[in-house]
Design a protein around this ligand. Structure first.
Ligand code: NAD
Length: 370
C-alpha cells in the first residue's frame, strides 16, 4: 500500500471547521487503500496560544518531512495585539519561505451553477477557467531593507524593497509555461515595466525563457494595472497569468470576485522538484482567511478547502482520476442546488459546513466506485 504523508495545519477561525470536511474525504479514500498518513499541527494564532510562536520548530520539521501540507487559515482579532514579527500570518510566511514554495497556483473557475453569484454579468464569467501563477517567495513582501525609520524631524519613513533576481523569474516563468502546456497554451505575463526596474527585468527574463524553451506556448505581456482592468472586463481572454508576489496577491483576489465567493477558491504552492527524488515540496490552502465573523457557527463554505485537497491529489500525488472525481463531485453538488450561505441563490437549499462536506463526500464516493 502506498504511503502518503500529509501534514494538516487547520489554523484559526474557520480553518478547523473546513479542514474537518477534508478529513472525511481522507478517511473515505483510506478505506479503499489510499494510504494517507496524517499528522496535525498548530499554526497561526493556535500555535501562539500553545507556544508563543506562530509556527513551532517541530511543526516546521513535520512540514519539511511531509509529502504535502494542507493549510487552513490563520489570524483573527484575538491576536491583533501580538508583535508584528510573531503575528499569526508570520507562520504562513515562514512555511512558504522555508519550504521554498515559489509558485502559487490560484485557479479561478466559475461553475455555471454559480455564475449568478458573481458581481459580473453571467455571460462574462460563465465557464471561466483561468490560472493565476503568483511568485510567492520574492519581491516586496520579503525584500530588504524593510523598516520604518525615524527621520528625526517629526517624520517617519516606511520602506519596503521590491527586488527580483533572474533565477527567481526564470523558475516561475517555467512553471507558468509548463502549466499552460496542460491547458490552453497561453501565458500572459504582467508587470509594471513602465515604472519599475523589476518590471523591466521580469519582462526580459520571461521573454528569454519563452524564446529558448517554450515557443510552442503563446506569450503576451500586459502592464499589471491594465491586466486588472481586463480581468474584470473580459476575463475569459486569459489562460495562465504569471506575475510577481504583490500584483499576484491583488489580481488573484480580483479573480476571486469573478467566481462569486472567496469560499470557492483553492490554491497550491509548489517548490522546485527535488533533483534526487523528483518530489516537490507543496502546500495547499484555500485563498480565504479565517473569517472570524462567521467562525464557530458551522456555516463556512468548505469547498475552497476541499478543492485545495483536489489540487493536492493532482499535483503532489498524480491521482488525476481521484482529483477529477472530486472536482466533478463539487460541480455536481452545486448543480443540485446545495449551497452554503455565501453562495446561496433563490430556489437552492441552504446548508451548513458539515452538510456541504457530506454532500460532496457522497458524490465523490459514488464517482470513485463507478
Ligand atoms: P477572510 O477571507 O477571512 O474573510 C473575508 C469575508 O469573506 C468575510 O466576510 C468572511 O466571512 C467571508 N468568507 C471567507 N471565507 C469564507 C468561507 N469559506 N465561507 C463563507 N464565507 C467566507 O478575510 P478577512 O476578513 O480580511 O481576514 C480575516 C482574518 O484572516 C484576518 O486575521 C486576516 O489576517 C486573516 N487572513 C488569513 C489568510 C490566510 O490564512 N491565508 C488569508 C487572508 C486573511
Amino acid at each position: 500500500m502506498a504511503s502518503r504523508k500529509l501534514l494538516l495545519l487547520p489554523g484559526d477561525g474557520i480553518g478547523p471547521e473546513t479542514m474537518a470536511e477534508v478529513e472525511k474525504l481522507i478517511a473515505l479514500m483510506n478505506a479503499s487503500g489510499a494510504g494517507f498518513e496524517t499528522q496535525t499541527g498548530a499554526v497561526g494564532g493556535a500555535a501562539i496560544d500553545e507556544g508563543d510562536v506562530p509556527v513551532s520548530e517541530a511543526t516546521m520539521q513535520a512540514a519539511l518531512g511531509a509529502d504535502a501540507v494542507l493549510f487552513g487559515a490563520v489570524g483573527g482579532p484575538k491576536w491583533d495585539g501580538v508583535p508584528y514579527e510573531t503575528r499569526p500570518e508570520a507562520g504562513l510566511l515562514r512555511l512558504r519561505k522555508d519550504l521554498e514554495l515559489f509558485a502559487n497556483l490560484r485557479p479561478a473557475i466559475c461553475y455555471p451553477a454559480l455564475a449568478d453569484a458573481s458581481s459580473l454579468k453571467r455571460e462574462i464569467v460563465e465557464g471561466l477557467d483561468i490560472l493565476i501563477m503568483r511568485e510567492l517567495t520574492g519581491g516586496v513582501y520579503f525584500g530588504e531593507p524593510k523598516e520604518i525609520v525615524d527621520l528625526g524631524n517629526g517624520q517617519k519613513r516606511g520602506i519596503d524593497t521590491q527586488l527580483y533576481d533572474t533565477h527567481e523569474i526564470e523558475r516561475i516563468a517555467r512553471a507558468a509555461f509548463e502549466a499552460a502546456r496542460t491547458r490552453r497554451g497561453k501565458v500572459t505575463s504582467m508587470e509594471k515595466r513602465n515604472v519599475m526596474k523589476t518590471g523591466v527585468l521580469w519582462n526580459e527574463v520571461v521573454t528569454a525563457v519563452h524564446k529558448a524553451e517554450y515557443s510552442d506556448v503563446t506569450l503576451e505581456h500586459m502592464l499589471a494595472d491594465a491586466g486588472g482592468m481586463k480581468l474584470v472586463q473580459n476575463p475569459k481572454q486569459f489562460d495562465v497569468i504569471v506575475t510577481d508576489n504583490l500584483f499576484g496577491d491583488m489580481l488573484s483576489d480580483v479573480a476571486a470576485q469573478l467566481t462569486g465567493s472567496l469560499g470557492m477558491l483553492p490554491s497550491a504552492s509548489l517548490g522546485a522538484p527535488d533533483e534526487r527524488t523528483g518530489r516537490r515540496r507543496a502546500m495547499y490552502e484555500p485563498v480565504h482567511g479565517s473569517a472570524p465573523d462567521i467562525a464557530g457557527q458551522g456555516i463556512a463554505n468548505p469547498l475552497a478547502m476541499i478543492a485545495s485537497f483536489a489540487m493536492m491529489l493532482r499535483y503532489s500525488f498524480a491521482m488525476t482520476d481521484e482529483a477529477d472525481a472530486l472536482e466533478g463531485a463539487i460541480a455536481e453538488v452545486l448543480e443540485a442546488g446545495v449551497r452554503t450561505g455565501d453562495i446561496m441563490a433563490p430556489g437552492c437549499r441552504q446548508v451548513g459546513t458539515a452538510e456541504m462536506g457530506d454532500a460532496v463526500a457522497e458524490a465523490f464516493g459514488r464517482r470513485l466506485a463507478a
